[in-house]
Write a protein that binds this ligand. Structure first.
Ligand code: ATP
Ligand code: MG
Length: 351
């Protein structure tokens, strides 16, 4: 049986109103994070991935206009034993978009949902050792722990770091070590949900693999992980589920193995074909500016099928667990009839 979600994002849209323009950073995004699962969110630079992460954590600036729902649920899979705050919460979830800053700061950020930020180096205070930052975080988030130095050493071990490395200042750490310190900080309160935003940028291949393997292990322990990454190979290595984002929308999502084996959206195919393992063919063209999105499908100008397409970008279920935003779908896959059964033809899959 599939575990209930820890986090449910529904029809989330975010736009920034600037003096001269409106930036549509996230449009109608829906997904769930479940315990034991790792959802990889991939897409080109600037498509809205980090804004999505910031929205979930209530970290957007005042000029952001937000619509939709982000609900956080208790974690019955972990029973609350190892996670002091995980078992509580209303059964219909805590709506994070309307929760007060006090609730988010005291009960959610760092405690239930931890962010591994996009830049590890800048996330650390330069004038204090990694250990002192970790111990202080433990003091704040886990006052129940008596021996914080011992717990810091345990967390270091959990992320594959020698405890002695904690006694270094950030400038004495390699990029990979700094990344692991940031991951240890994120784990301090034993969160149920981990959002890792580009946790492997700048790391060499073995370290990339170790880092994402650690995230996968953390998901395996009953947490839910959202891995935001440009690194398709890393996503393929560890993701149980995949969401592909283009110009603020999720254009394809589903079980990772299915999407990697048989990508349906032309953008997903383009992203995969650009990887060394699949031919190294760069996707032609560039994504549109999010302040000047074209009407209809934003991928259409780059799509090989654009001449025979109506350009409707609605994301609809097309098979069990899979959803696609592409107008070249069979009519029966759309709207109120709900998901196809999976045995039905998907029609023009080469759309
Ligand atoms: N505070 C803000 N005000 C206005 N626009 C913003 C703000 N924050 C982000 N944006 C815009 O929102 C869009 C999405 O940005 P975001 O950082 O989410 O992209 P991303 O997918 O994470 O890119 P990358 O892969 O390079 O990290 C960009 O066009 C960015 O300029
Ligand atoms: Mg980003």
């Amino acid at each position: 049986m599939t575990a209930p979600p820890l986090l449910r994002v529904e029809e989330l849209s975010v736009r920034f109103r600037l003096r001269e323009m409106v930036v549509r950073a996230v449009t109608d995004v829906s997904f769930e994070l479940r315990p034991g699962r790792l959802l990889a969110l991939v897409g080109e630079s600037g498509c809205g991935k980090s804004v999505l992460a910031s929205t979930v954590l209530g970290l957007l600036p005042g000029n952001a206009e937000i619509r939709g729902s982000v609900r956080l649920y208790g974690n019955s899979a972990r029973g609350g034993a190892s996670s002091p705050s995980s078992a509580s919460g209303p059964p219909d979830g805590l709506e994070l978009l309307t929760a007060s800053e006090r609730t988010l700061a005291r009960h959610v950020r760092g405690r239930r949902i931890a962010l591994v930020p996009q830049s590890a180096a800048t996330a650390l205070t330069p004038v204090r050792t990694a250990r002192s930052q970790l111990v202080e975080t433990l003091r704040e988030l886990r006052p129940d722990i008596g021996d914080r130095h011992r717990e810091a050493d345990r967390l270091a071990g959990r992320v594959g770091l020698e405890p002695a490395a904690l006694d270094r200042y950030p400038h004495e750490l390699s990029g990979g070590m700094a990344q692991r310190v940031v991951l240890a900080l994120a784990l301090a309160a034993d969160p149920d949900v981990i959002i890792a935003d580009e946790p492997t940028s700048g790391l060499d291949r073995p370290l990339v693999e170790r880092t994402v393997d650690t995230l996968r292990e953390l998901a395996g322990d009953g947490r839910a992980v959202l891995l935001i990454t440009h690194d398709i190979a890393a996503a393929e290595r560890v993701a149980t589920d995949l969401a592909v984002m283009y110009a603020s929308r999720i254009v394809e999502q589903g079980p990772a193995s299915e999407v990697f084996d048989d990508p349906w959206h032309p953008y997903t195919r383009g992203l995969l074909e650009a990887t060394p393992a699949r031919g190294f063919r760069p996707l032609p063209g560039h994504p549109p500016s999010l302040s000047a999105l074209p009407p209809g499908c934003a991928f259409r100008p780059r799509c090989s099928q654009r001449d025979t397409c109506t350009g409707d970008p609605a994301l609809v279920p097309v098979a069990p667990g899979r959803a696609l935003s592409c107008a070249r779908l069979p009519e029966e896959g759309r709207g109120a009839r709900g998901p196809l059964t999976g045995s039905e033809p998907i029609g023009e899959r080469s759309c």
